[in-house]
Write a protein that binds this ligand. Structure first.
Ligand SMILES: [Zn+2]
Length: 85
């Protein structure tokens, strides 16, 4: 459901516009659940560091090292740590 009144301030809108402009020369790749391959989100080529994901399909949580998350041939090479609660 889309809110009737936007909560985005002018300052935030400027940041959003700049963020979008900075992606012009970047490439995107899919970030998929390492367990069931469900599409979690799309990331840009300048992303690095670690990211915690929770798959909405299989409900598992993982911590991904995005520096090691690369497409190799037809498969994905993923370093992950399963989050145990
Ligand atoms: Zn999953």
């Amino acid at each position: 459901m889309i809110p009737e009144v936007s909560c985005i301030t002018d300052e935030v809108q400027i940041k959003l516009d700049l963020s979008q402009q900075e992606t012009i020369d970047l490439t995107q790749r899919d970030l998929r659940c390492p367990n069931c391959k469900f599409l979690i989100t799309k990331v840009f080529s300048d992303i690095s560091g670690h990211m915690q994901i929770r798959c909405p399909k299989c409900k598992e949580k993982y911590i991904l090292n995005l520096a090691m998350f690369r497409t190799r041939h037809k498969g994905l090479f993923v370093t992950l740590i399963k989050v145990i609660e």
